[in-house]
Design a protein around this ligand. Structure first.
Ligand SMILES: *Cc1c(COP(=O)(O)O)cnc(C)c1O
Length: 230
């Protein structure tokens, strides 16, 4: 049957196979199911099949789903979309992770707006790894300074880096970009930051990402099917 829960099984199989090609532990990659544009019912079905991490790009849509699905006790929400600085509060209040931080101003607002009663908000810095003009994210050269600044803030915890490389079916090009992000993370850790997260790899390039050290992959289409354009 052509259901998201069945697709999830296939994706988990792909992840397992990809990890087998490396010498990494079987549980070293966390799958984020990207449910943007998809109904809450699809999220619930995938959750019932054992998938607890979900990624969303559009804030209002995400908050509606989060409210609808409050009964799913283990669910974790990841914000992976563009962040407007006047819309940080609902992100700070409703999510467990934010993968798309690319300015100090945004990080500061998230830090101020995250309640100290909640667990710290987990943060990744988004890097524009292929230097694409219209893509969000900082350049590799800008990472160390922003990482140092963000790691000082209260109520949020810098965990690592995220990238959406240039879309290509050329596997060696995919490897090239992912390796750059991995090297950048290693350099930050050599400097003394303690970062454990590389959020990289989507439906079309997850194998290359896992091979280069991804710890989180963000998969939409391969689980939920094609999206109608928004
Ligand atoms: C939409 C999206 C994904 C999922 O992409 P697929 O190709 O559908 O797997 C992953 N990450 C981000 C940031 C996205 O916006």
């Amino acid at each position: 049957m052509n259901l998201p829960a069945n697709h999830l099984k296939k994706v988990n199989q792909r992840i397992k196979e990809a990890i087998k090609q490396t010498n990494r532990p079987a549980d070293s990659v966390r799958l984020i199911a990207v449910s943007k544009t998809k109904p809450a019912a699809d999220v619930e079905q995938v959750y019932e099949a054992g998938q607890f991490d979900f990624g969303e790009n559009y804030l209002q849509e995400a908050v509606d789903k989060i409210n609808t699905l409050q009964h799913l006790a283990e669910i974790k929400w990841h914000f992976i979309g563009a962040i407007q600085s006047n819309k940080t509060r609902p992100i700070a209040e409703n999510f467990d992770w934010v993968h798309s931080v690319d300015r100090l101003k945004i990080a500061k607002r998230l830090s101020e707006q995250r309640s100290a009663e909640q667990a710290p908000l987990n943060i990744c810095l988004q890097v524009n790894i292929s230097n694409e003009e219209n893509k969000a994210g900082i350049s590799l050269a800008e990472v160390p300074e922003l990482a140092r600044e963000v790691s000082q803030l209260n109520n949020i915890r810098l965990r690592g880096l995220m990238a959406i490389p240039l879309k290509t079916t050329d596997s060696s090009e995919q490897h090239h970009y992912f390796k750059q992000l991995k090297d950048c993370l290693d350099a930050l850790n050599d400097e003394g930051l303690q970062l454990d997260t590389l959020s990289m790899g989507m439906s079309n390039d997850m194998e290359a990402a896992i091979d280069e050290g991804a710890t989180m992959i963000r998969i939409g289409t391969a689980i939920f099917g094609e999206r109608s354009t928004k």
